[in-house]
Ligand binder design. Structure first.
Ligand code: NAD
Ligand code: TYD
Length: 372
């Protein structure tokens, strides 16, 4: 079959990437979707079981830092678009091992940019697109000016925990090795636009939640621990604030920005949905206990306050007005509905949880692809 275009999605076996791959494979049967993923501990082909046999889907196990391989894939598939999600993504790991984050997030992004440039530039930039998926964490942290929270402040244009939001104009001020590496990769993407004229676009999104997230991040880790009645390690006093977005709403935004975003632009993506960690954790316990048929309050004593994360950013809150006004995107799911769906999904997919925490999923690749 002759495809309309070929697109590489990097990190497609990870949490957000798997939702993006699924959306594109199903929605665009005339596109060939190439999932380029190294399958680190966070990459899991079981996330894509439902679409792995679709004719327009290809999996390539490769490292984004391997220039020769990336170059061959871009030219071999005549790729005209790259949606780049592959990254090391967990802040706690970046505190322990910053070099891996610099290698994958910075050098990996640069490798992709250069390989794309080498193939695209000679025939002109028309019809090409390099889309880099970034995070709100590059902007640093916001003040918590209303620690007790005041939902009525939202009517006056503020957030429940503070007046300020991250906008596309907010100065970069990353604090963790993870966000420093992501910030650096964002700068390289802009440099390729400004220097070579590459049609790039960047989005900076807030915390995502939903199915297929590796259970080292807050929401899946805590659901998994509640189900097993293990302690829930709350960093510090649990007063840090995060702005949560359902992962499928992020995937829809990515589809929109890939097709309609303006080259050279940056768009923030977020749900105007701030939660203090401890309050979110209480919702998780209540929802999980109800779905597990346990009495209300049965697992409240699992909450265990532990030493705070080093350099723990206090508050993230994204202003996504630009994306709404220019491209018409809005989150579709209310948080209560999203959390219910998410808790239910993890409880219904305990096999997946057990597999990814046992390492069995690494062997799944060998079963599927015969060690290719
Ligand atoms: P994830 O950790 O779940 O998945 C990352 C994927 O990248 C994995 O499949 C992994 O195997 C792959 N990968 C890692 N190193 C690679 C390499 N060298 N070569 C090829 N593949 C490699 O991450 P996620 O949470 O899905 O995040 C995806 C992207 O979205 C990241 O760029 C992240 O910075 C960004 N982001 C995440 C969030 C969030 O809340 N999770 C929010 C905003 C932005
Ligand atoms: P996380 O899911 O790691 O995302 P990020 O650090 O990128 O925001 O953490 C979300 C919040 O939850 C963050 O404030 C740290 C906190 N947290 C805990 O309190 N305990 C935990 O075990 C984890 C993983 C996170």
């Amino acid at each position: 079959m002759k495809y309309e275009r070929s697109i590489i999605i990097t990190g497609g076996a990870g949490f957000i990437g798997s939702h993006v791959v699924r959306l594109f494979v199903r929605k665009y049967p005339t596109y060939r979707i190439i999932n380029l993923d190294k399958l680190t501990y966070a990459g899991n082909l079981a996330n894509l079981k439902d679409i792995e046999n679709c004719p327009n889907y290809v999996f390539e196990k490769s490292d984004i830092c391997d220039y020769e391989t990336v170059r061959k894939l871009v030219s071999g598939y005549d790729v005209t678009g790259i949606i780049h999600l592959a990254a090391e993504s967990h802040v706690d790991r970046s505190i322990l091992d910053p070099f891996t984050f610099a290698r994958t997030n910075v050098l990996g992004t640069l490798t992709l940019l250069q390989a794309a440039r080498e193939y695209w530039e000679p025939s002109g930039w028309e019809g090409k697109r390099f889309y880099h998926i970034s995070t709100d964490e590059v902007y640093g942290a916001l003040e918590l000016t209303r620690p007790e929270g005041d939902p009525s402040s939202e009517e006056c244009g503020g957030g429940p925990y503070g007046d300020e939001f991250f906008t596309e104009e907010t100065k970069y001020q990353p604090h963790s090795p993870y966000s420093a590496a992501k910030a650096s990769s964002d700068h390289f993407v802009r440099a390729y636009h400004d220097t070579y004229g590459m049609p790039t676009v960047i989005t900076n999104c807030s915390n995502n939640y939903g199915p297929y997230q590796f259970p080292e991040k807050l929401i899946p880790l805590f659901i998994n621990n509640i189900r097993q009645r293990k302690p829930l390690p709350v960093y510090g006093k649990g007063e840090n604030v995060r702005d949560w977005l359902y992962v499928e709403d992020h995937a829809r935004a990515i589809d929109l920005v890939f097709h309609e975003g303006k080259a050279g632009e940056t768009y923030n993506i977020g749900g105007f949905n701030e939660w203090k960690n401890i309050d979110l954790i209480k919702v998780l316990i209540k929802t999980a206990d109800r779905l597990l048929g346990r009495p209300e309050g049965a697992d409240d004593d699992l909450i265990t306050f532990v030493t705070d994360r080093k350099g723990h950013d206090l508050r993230y809150a994204i202003d996504s007005t630009k994306l709404k006004e220019e491209l018409g995107w809005e989150p579709s799911l209310q948080f209560e509905e999203g959390i219910e769906k998410t808790v239910r999904w993890y409880l219904d997919n305990q096999e997946w949880l057990d597999e990814v925490t046992s390492g069995d999923y690494l062997r799944y690749y060998d079963r599927m692809y015969g060690g290719r």
